[in-house]
Design a protein around this ligand. Sequence first.
Ligand code: GLN
Length: 190
Amino acid sequence: MATKIGVLAVQGDFSKHIEAYESAGVPAHALREVRTVDDLTEVDRLTIPGGESSTVGLLLERYGLGPAIIERAASGMPVWGTCMGMILMASEVEDRDQYRLGLLDITVRRNAFGAQVHSFEDEVAVAGLDQPVMGVFIRAPIVTRVGAGVEVLSTYDEKVVGVRSGSCLGTSFHPELTSDTRLHQWFLTF
Ligand code: GLN
C-alpha cells in the first residue's frame, strides 16, 4: 500500500491543505482527499481542515468516518487539526454537546476571539520552530484546559492556540492559508 497523506474533505478549506502539501514538495499522487471510510484505509496520516465543526461532526458520526478515525489514531496514525480540526479532535467543547473525536485531552472554546469580523493575523511562536509562523485566526477556538500528556506548543495573548499529544497536533490558526509550509513539513515527520 502506497504511503499517502489524507486531508479530510467533507467540508471546509481542505483544498488549501492539499495546495500547502504540494508547495511543501509532496507529489499529487501521494495526497488523498478523505470522504469515506474506504478513503481512510489508503492514508497513513490525516489532516483535518478548518470549517464548521458542528456540521462536520454530525457527518463524521453519521457515516462512520469518526469511529474509523478514532480507531486508526489509536493504532498510531498521526492526525493534525487546524481550527475546526482541533475542535473535532478535542475531548470536550465548552457549552456544546457536539460530536468529538477525543484524540486530544483538551477542552476548547469555540469562536473564542469573537465573531467573523474579529478574524485576524499575527505572529505566533511554535515550540520546535526557530522562527514564528504567521497565525491566521478565523473565528478561532482556544484551548481552555490541557490534560496530562498534552504539550502546549503555542500561546497567543496568554491563550493556548497550539498543542501536541503524541502524534496528534492541534492548532487554532490556519497555516494552510499562508505560503509558509514549515508546519506541514513538520507534521510529515510525526
Ligand atoms: N468557528 C468554527 C467552528 O467552531 C471554526 C472556524 C474555522 O475552522 N476557521 O467550527
